[in-house]
Design a protein around this ligand. Structure first.
Ligand code: HEM
Length: 172
């Protein structure tokens, strides 16, 4: 099996195990389940955000590498793996756990949650854009400058600040 196929298999197995564990816990419903799944939600968010902050940084350095050079090929592998193994599964887990918390906690009509979901949708859009950049870099067709990626790098941070304040302070 090739290196990249192995990475995809590992990511698929990790997602399947997580989904199975969450389904098992939701059926079994041990006491304190809500808090355990909230902890899992925060862990998934940390993994998602770590990847979302690191990927544009990789793009900044990738812009300096000559297309076709060994350095450029190494960046391609790093970007593809970061997206497939960390960022994508962590986003799925963050959404799944967040929606479960909203349903189980009866938060659906809360204003802070509506505002939060709006910001998370924007964050998911940035995620989709970065995934497209990974594909463009992989084809040596990156159209954006280093400065552009430095600016894009700040967007997830700004969204993160708003989302965490809404989730923790619940101002409305
Ligand atoms: C659309 C996806 C998401 C939904 C539906 C969602 C929903 C929720 C819900 C219902 C809670 C429980 C609130 C409580 O029990 O007090 C929660 C907790 C939390 N969420 Fe999310 N969330 C989502 C994504 C995110 C993201 C992307 C972040 C950060 C970037 C985030 C950060 C947090 C934090 C820090 C907490 C803990 C709040 C506390 O215990 O005080 N969530 N989320």
């Amino acid at each position: 099996m090739s290196g990249s196929a192995r990475v995809w298999v590992r990511a698929a197995v990790a997602i399947a195990i997580t989904v199975a564990l969450v389904a098992l816990l939701a059926l079994w419903r041990p006491s304190g389940l809500y808090l355990w799944l909230k902890a899992a939600h925060v862990i998934a968010i940390i993994a998602w955000m770590a990847g979302m902050l690191y990927l544009p940084r990789l793009f900044v350095y990738h812009c300096e590498a000559q297309p076709g050079s060994g350095q450029s090929e190494t960046f391609k592998v790093m970007e593809r793996r970061l997206l497939a193994v960390i960022i994508n599964p962590a986003m799925v887990a963050s959404w799944a756990l967040g929606l479960w918390l909203a349903w189980d906690g009866g938060w659906y009509s809360a204003g802070w949650l509506h505002a939060k979901v709006l910001l998370v949708l924007v964050l998911s859009g940035v995620h989709g854009f970065l995934a497209r950049c990974v594909r463009l870099f992989a084809a040596d067709r990156n159209p954006y400058s280093q400065k552009f990626y430095r600016i894009i790098n700040e967007v997830p941070t700004i969204l993160l600040i708003g989302i965490v304040i809404l989730a923790v302070v619940k101002p409305f």
